[in-house]
Design a protein around this ligand. Structure first.
Ligand code: A3P
Length: 287
């Protein structure tokens, strides 16, 4: 399969024609939200797939059927991807669960009118970078990343799919409708998954017993979730994702960047980070 061209869909935000054809973007632009919709929003490689496992289990109160029978991309579809059109989302029962990688200002008019519930997940951008680098190596529809130095240039400039991590995070942290948004960090989920499941359940108005929280956390821990063929992307043909090059559920740890960055790369990354994030008040677990 050949690489797909990147094109600019919004100021400084790039998408890929193959996954995000014009008719999909039009579908999303016209999409009507419901107030009880649940929207998982992430910059790619920040824990989307993980949330596509956790949130349906919170909604099903621990019943594993949805996550063991429906692939993650149909269970919690991306609204901007070509498949969304095929899934009759308008007919789905509430609460519907969706994902998007859109920046805040790219959300459609219905989003700003209805204000559905949002779970926004952030991850240390250095780990996002490493995860993304491996993903660009294994996903044939993405432009090959080149060397780590070359990919770092692009990542820091935001000239990759979905644009700049910095702009994405800042756009959602500055959202006006904060009372509809639960901000989560990948690192906190790693350090205490049960507490994160409880936080998500409370935000979604679900009262779960400690046994159910325990069951969800146990199923969603990396080594267990990796076995779920409905979530580990093993159903995707090798020509699209070559998991022999790099697995989709690759390492699932905090701080893998330390195994990959040179001192020069760390300094360069830090300099850009400090400049771009200087006005951000949010207290990140990685700072
Ligand atoms: P790594 O490449 O660092 O392993 P996304 O789903 O947004 O594309 O993010 C993918 C990243 O989330 C990958 O990171 C993947 O391994 C990690 N991930 C997925 N499920 C996870 C889980 N249950 N626990 C921890 N990390 C998980």
């Amino acid at each position: 399969m050949s690489e797909s061209e990147l094109f600019m869909v919004h100021k400084g935000v790039f998408l890929t024609t193959l996954v995000h054809p014009a008719e999909s973007l039009k579908y999303y632009e016209d999409f009507t939200f419901r107030p009880d919709d649940i929207l998982i929003v992430t910059y790619p490689k920040s824990g989307t797939t993980w949330m596509q496992e956790i949130v349906p289990l919170v909604v099903s109160e621990g019943d594993l059927t949805p996550v063991l029978t429906v692939p993650n991309w149909d269970r919690v579809p991306w609204l901007e991807e070509h498949r969304a059109i095929l899934l009759s989302l308008e007919q789905r029962a509430s609460p519907r669960i969706f994902a998007t990688h859109f920046h805040h200002q790219m959300m459609n008019p219905s989003y700003f009118k209805i204000k559905p519930r949002v779970l926004y997940v952030m991850r240390n951008p250095k780990d996002v970078f490493i995860s993304s680098y491996h993903f660009h190596e294994m996903a044939s529809f993405l432009v090959s990343p080149g060397t780590q130095d070359e990919f770092m240039e692009k990542f820091l400039d935001g000239t990759i799919m979905f644009g700049s991590w910095f702009d994405h995070v800042k756009s959602w942290l500055n959202a006006g409708e904060q009372e509809h948004i639960l901000y989560l960090c990948y690192e906190d989920m790693i350090s205490d998954l049960k507490a994160s499941v409880e936080k998500i359940a409370t935000f979604l108005g679900k009262s779960l017993s400690s046994e159910v929280v325990e069951k969800i956390a146990d199923h969603c821990v990396f080594k267990n979730m990796k076995q779920n063929k409905m979530s580990n992307y093993s159903l995707v043909p090798e020509e699209f994702m070559d998991q022999k090059k790099s697995e989709f559920l690759r390492k699932g740890i905090v701080g893998d960047w330390k195994n990959h960055f040179s001192t020069a790369q760390e300094q360069k990354f830090n300099a850009v980070y400090q400049e771009k994030m200087k006005d951000v008040k949010f207290s990140f677990p990685w700072d």
